[in-house]
Design a protein around this ligand. Structure first.
Ligand SMILES: Cc1ncc(COP(=O)(O)O)c(C=O)c1O
Length: 387
């Protein structure tokens, strides 16, 4: 690991990972590297046992049952499984104006195929009114799909209140927890979530290629059309896809090594405690926001209210393209961040930062106050040189 680098791109993927994660990946490869659930020999059984253990960990962190967790390669696939699996021509779906393209693109595609889409605006200062969602309900509304937190500004949406609206209306609620799994308290049951898409490689500190969809009891599996069908190791006598979780959504050999790493990441997060992680990240986030707002020529995008955000901060520097700023930060200061539109053009339109985008700093559990100070000093210098 290069200690001189300052990694502030945790919203893209977290780095570094806790050492236990890499160790678990290696252990799986060395001790249980067979195909789980396919063969009956000891290595296959051991591989299946370790994957089930990862399922238990994922269920624990979201307050779900292990068999409700279907693993996928990332949050994008999980979201696509839910959207394509349940929405049909003639259905209506409600979403927000700050979604990532992993929600927007499937919805725009489905719109062409006859799915009606309503986009509820979030204000530029981060207000999202649940009444607007209630008022958008139609007799054919099938689903509400919302990110819990914007990957551009960290703005958190009122998921539990939307969950209440969805329940009362008999509509399904799908949440995109890509930015919040591991960094924000999530309770699938208390938050009244029916489908929860998560990524394993960000706040859960798992390896890339991990994620999942948690499917709640209100989802009728007979209506959930799998995107991918194939071998599951179960009910092999049938040529039709099984209709039970998680097999209905998990065809093909799973990423056992990645999932072993994911389990190690989740257990590490559980051990540390999400409130502790959140407190650390939000302290650094406040430090970053205070510093940025005091620099002349630098403008922060989105909300500043700490309680209602995750540790993602977007900003622009007068007279400089975000790409130029990102390049200087990397080349001259060893600071790694993400610039541009962050796969979320709708969100940037909402915050008024489209099409140039922003510079985004996203904080992880391994960042320190000294690193934030160095990052602020770098921005100060870049902004000053440009005046
Ligand atoms: C809000 C949001 N949704 C979805 C995704 C997609 O996640 P993944 O890369 O795991 O597919 C991301 C990733 O950046 C995200 O920030």
């Amino acid at each position: 690991m290069n200690d001189s680098l300052i990694y502030l791109d945790n919203a893209a993927t977290s780095w570094p990972k806790p050492p236990a994660v890499g160790q678990a990946v290696l252990r799986f490869m060395e001790e249980a590297g067979a195909n789980p659930g396919r063969s009956a020999h000891r290595l296959s059984v051991e591989a299946a046992r370790r994957i089930y253990s990862a399922r238990e960990a994922a269920a624990e962190i979201f307050n779900a049952d292990p068999l409700q967790v279907a693993f996928t390669q990332n949050a994008t696939l999980a979201l696509n499984l839910a959207l394509y699996g349940l929405l049909r021509a003639g259905d209506h779906v409600i979403t927000s104006s700050i979604e990532h393209n992993s929600v927007m693109r499937p919805l725009r595609r489905m719109e062409k195929d006859g799915v009606e889409v309503s986009i509820i605006p979030c204000s530029p200062w981060g207000e999202f009114d649940p009444d607007d969602v209630r008022n958008a309900l139609q007799p054919n509304t099938r689903m509400i799909v919302l990110t819990r937190s914007s990957n551009v500004t960290g703005t958190v949406l009122p998921i539990r209140r939307i969950g209440e609206i969805a329940r009362r209306a008999g509509v399904l609620l799908l949440t995109d927890e890509a930015q919040t799994a591991g960094t924000f308290p999530i309770d699938m049951k208390a938050d009244l979530i029916d489908l929860l898409a998560f990524t394993g490689h960000k706040g859960l500190y798992g390896p890339p290629g991990t994620g999942g969809l948690v499917v709640g009891e209100r989802v009728n599996l007979k209506e959930l059309q799998p995107l991918i069908q194939g071998g599951t190791g179960s009910r092999s006598e049938y040529e039709e896809q099984p209709v039970f979780m998680p097999d209905c959504l998990e065809s093909g050999t799973p990423n056992g090594a990645g999932l072993a790493g994911l389990e190690a990441g989740i257990r590490w997060v559980l051990e540390k405690g999400i409130p502790t992680i959140r407190q650390h990240e939000m302290q650094l986030c406040s430090q970053l926001m205070d510093g940025i707002s005091a620099i002349e020529g630098v403008t922060m995008v989105g909300t500043r209210e700490v309680l209602l955000r995750t540790a993602v901060v977007s900003f622009t520097i007068d007279g400089l393209q975000p790409s130029e700023v990102g390049q200087r930060l990397d080349e001259e200061y060893g600071i790694l961040c993400r610039v541009g539109l962050h796969c979320a053009p709708a969100a940037h339109r909402t915050w008024g930062s489209f099409p140039a985008g922003t510079v985004r700093f996203s904080i992880g559990v391994f960042n320190t106050s000294a690193q934030i100070e160095s990052a602020l000093a770098a921005i100060r210098q870049i902004a000053k040189r440009n005046h």
